[in-house]
Design a protein around this ligand. Structure first.
Ligand code: KIV
Length: 266
């Protein structure tokens, strides 16, 4: 491990201060580039299933997929902490959750993440009791999208929703989660969770500016999956369009005389 790796203490210092920047990554070159940009929180998210593997949602992602991509990410030896998602159905019991978390840690993760609040508390407690750093994920839970009728709905709009999110966040913090992703949580509720959690970092996605950090799916940030961009993301570059244009320009250049250079041995 490199000697300048981010420490837990450095990560905790983002609580209530400058926003913690967090991005997803699934491969070696992207991880190197994000590391060179100084991103302290990297996540091998199960969004992998949609933006890399071509599945319609994250429920198709397996432990083998996660380990394969996490291993590539870890080979880049980033300074940032590397998290890995426990995929759908991989944490149905505390025993299964601990075994799968250990497998992700053995593949090089610095922490694991799972979706849910109070209802997965026994799982979170077992993961923490085994000494593995844990990040929660509440609000819209992509692994539950089929139960939600295929819709990614904003959470915390009504009083019952607000109370549930506050209770979930408090329970995860008490169980020892160092951070929690807040996905599609109404901004006032995300701000309230951020204020009421004394130590747990909140990392928002589509949840307004008042979280301790912000996470994006890197493919959304760089336009690498141009067929769908969430409403709350403004891509900073359009790599998808650039790739298509480069391939087209190269294809057309082959039609020009002498466009292919002879190989050195020819
Ligand atoms: O899978 C993922 O990429 C995530 C982020 C959106 C937080 O969980």
């Amino acid at each position: 491990m490199r000697s300048d790796k981010f420490t837990w203490q450095q990560l905790r210092q983002f609580k209530g201060r400058e926003p913690l920047p967090a991005l997803t990554t699934y491969d070696y070159p992207t991880t190197r580039l994000l590391d060179e940009a100084g991103i302290p929180f990297l996540l091998v998210g199960d969004s992998l299933g949609m933006v890399v593997l071509g599945y319609p949602d994250t429920t198709h992602v397996t432990m083998d997929h996660m380990v394969h991509h996490l291993s590539a990410v870890v080979r880049a030896e980033p300074r940032g902490m590397v998290g890995a998602d426990l995929p759908h159905l991989s944490y149905q019991t505390p025993e299964q959750a601990v075994a799968n978390s250990r497998r992700l840690m053995a593949a090089g993760a610095d922490f694991v993440k799972a979706e849910g609040g109070v209802e997965i508390l026994p799982v979170v407690e077992a993961i923490r009791a085994s000494g593995i750093p844990f990040c929660g994920h509440i609000g819209m839970l992509p692994q539950q999208v089929l139960q939600e009728g295929g819709k990614y709905r904003i959470k915390g709009r009504d009083e019952a929703g607000r109370r549930k999110l506050l209770a979930d966040a408090a329970a995860l913090e008490a169980a020892g989660a160092f951070a929690c992703v807040l996905e599609l949580v109404t901004p006032p509720v995300a701000a309230e969770i951020t204020r009421t959690c004394a130590t747990m970092l909140t990392v928002g996605i589509g949840s307004g500016p008042d979280c301790d950090g912000q996470i994006l799916v890197t493919h959304d940030l760089i336009g690498a999956f141009p067929w769908f961009t969430p409403r709350f993301v403004t891509p900073r570059v359009q790599t998808g369009l650039e790739i298509r244009a480069a391939a087209l320009a190269w294809k057309q250049s082959l039609l020009l005389p002498n466009s292919v250079q002879p190989s050195p041995s020819a």
